[in-house]
Design a binder for this molecule. Structure first.
Ligand code: NAD
Length: 427
């Protein structure tokens, strides 16, 4: 549970707090950084964190206040890039960790960005559409001091979507007096959004799973897949796995977990959820308990909901061969070790879910040149970047005899710290 100090929500530094998990991951990579290890403290702090008060008029005439944050972890390689999350559990600690993982992710895939992340501590389901718009616009205005097309470019994350990005783009544009399409990515196509962006993260999960499965000696076709989280990332990934011939045998969303050993009709489930339903009330599936869900037999398990889901206990019982992290930070370091001992391969978040930020990068480039690419061009480029990045990670893992996560961190942290060293310290 989050506590409150001086009005700001934070999580005490427990070993499982996302920021502490990230720090442990940095400790694991440090011995592999050679002379660049002298700069490692750079990675252990955020360059800048802005906390803002967001007052809005409620529809009932009252005024409500919300806490919002924007963290810029590292800008050595380019402007900040990272999503905005609307969730009741958002804390400074979480936003800082998510911004740091963006630094690592952007460098692991070699995008010319630093890492950033934002969020508002709110349950958006409790707001009307008008209230949500006012909240988004006031938040954008408050963080307008530090965002911009060449400073820091937000994008969608949990509970935010293309409509929220449209309001953010409009608010920022009104404040600077010019239409600035490049200030956010994940926008509607009509406002400079990119084809393929909505599907990009789920597609990246699918691509990295397919490549890793191949190297482990099995195909997606005929494999059994379980997905936790049935939103943008999990929903699209599940659809692509099914389309490639996999049987999706378990799904979970905020309403609970469901299973069907013969396979879930993913497209029908997506339609059901899009029209306001939940997985628990979807026909053709059996509701299962939390612990049953984590023990469904599968070849591929995709955590695509929130962080800290794959705990030690769950890692001891999970019955799968390959974990592909759609969510950011879903596996604790202790669980990582258990999975490693059990011979279960983990494709880490910083590669597995990098498809979203990669197509966000394409969107930003297209906005700057006002020249838009076809969906085939986008998907082909995404495929090439992710396959090459994954190959480099696998090669580094073999060379250093480390997990894929530590290998991705070695590649990314080396790039970030080399940039830090080449730029030198100001003044
Ligand atoms: P989303 O809001 O579209 O979907 C989240 C899903 O998780 C929903 O189905 C929700 O019901 C479910 N969920 C929430 N709490 C849960 C719980 N306690 N147990 C089980 N399910 C739960 O969000 P999204 O964009 O799909 O993001 C999911 C994860 O992927 C997050 O960790 C996010 O940071 C990460 N991610 C998203 C993107 C992107 O482009 N959207 C990119 C990279 C990483």
């Amino acid at each position: 549970m989050a506590n409150s100090i001086s009005g700001l929500s934070y999580v005490p530094n427990t070993p499982s707090s996302p920021w502490q998990v990230y720090l442990q991951q940095v400790d694991r990579v440090t011995p592999h950084l050679g002379h660049l290890a002298r700069w490692v403290e750079t990675l252990k702090r955020c360059k800048r964190v802005l906390a803002v008060d967001i007052p809005i008029n409620r529809d009932d005439g009252t005024v409500a206040h919300f806490e919002g944050f924007r963290a810029q972890h590292n800008l050595s390689r380019g402007p900040g890039k990272g999503g905005v999350r609307f969730h009741p559990d958002v804390t400074i600690d979480e936003v800082m960790a998510l911004s740091a993982w963006m630094t690592v992710k952007n460098a692991a895939v070699n995008l010319p960005y630093g890492g950033a992340k934002g969020g508002i501590r709110v349950d958006p389901r409790q707001l009307t559409r008008g209230e949500l718009e006012r909240l988004t616009r006031r938040y954008t205005s408050e963080i307008g001091l530090i965002i911009g097309p060449d400073k820091d470019i937000p994008a969608p994350d949990v509970n935010t979507n293309d409509q929220i990005m449209a309001w953010m783009m409009d608010t920022y544009s009104m404040n600077v007096g010019a239409t600035a399409t490049g200030v956010v990515t994940g926008k509607p196509i009509a406002l400079g959004g990119s084809l393929g962006r909505r599907e990009a993260t789920g597609r990246g999960v699918y691509i990295t799973a397919r490549e890793t499965a191949r190297s482990l000696g099995f195909d997606i076709a005929g494999s059994r897949v379980v997905v936790q989280g049935f939103g943008n990332v999990g929903g699209i990934a599940a659809r692509l796995f099914k389309a490639a011939g996999a049987t999706v045998v378990g799904l979970q969303d905020v309403s609970g977990a469901v299973a069907n050993d013969a396979g879930i009709d993913v497209d029908a489930a997506l339609e059901h959820v899009a029209s306001g339903g939940t997985l628990r009330d979807f026909k053709g599936v059996t509701p299962v308990s939390e612990s049953e869900f984590w023990q469904i037999k599968s070849d591929i398990f995709v955590p695509a909901a929130l962080e800290n889901q794959l705990t030690e206990t769950r890692a001891s019982h999970i019955a799968t061969r390959l974990v592909v992290e759609g969510a950011n930070g879903p596996t604790t370091p202790a669980a990582d070790d258990i999975l490693h001992e059990r011979g279960i391969v983990v494709v880490p978040d910083v590669i597995a879910n990098a498809g979203g930020v990669t197509v966000s990068y394409f969107e930003w480039v297209q906005d700057f040149s006002s020249f838009f690419w076809t969906e085939t061009e986008i998907n082909d480029r995404l495929e090439r970047i992710l396959v090459e990045a994954l190959k480099a990670v696998v090669h580094t893992a073999e060379k250093h005899k480390v997990s894929l996560r530590t290998a991705a961190f070695i590649i990314a942290c080396t790039r970030v710290l080399a940039a830090r060293e080449q730029r030198g310290l100001y003044p």
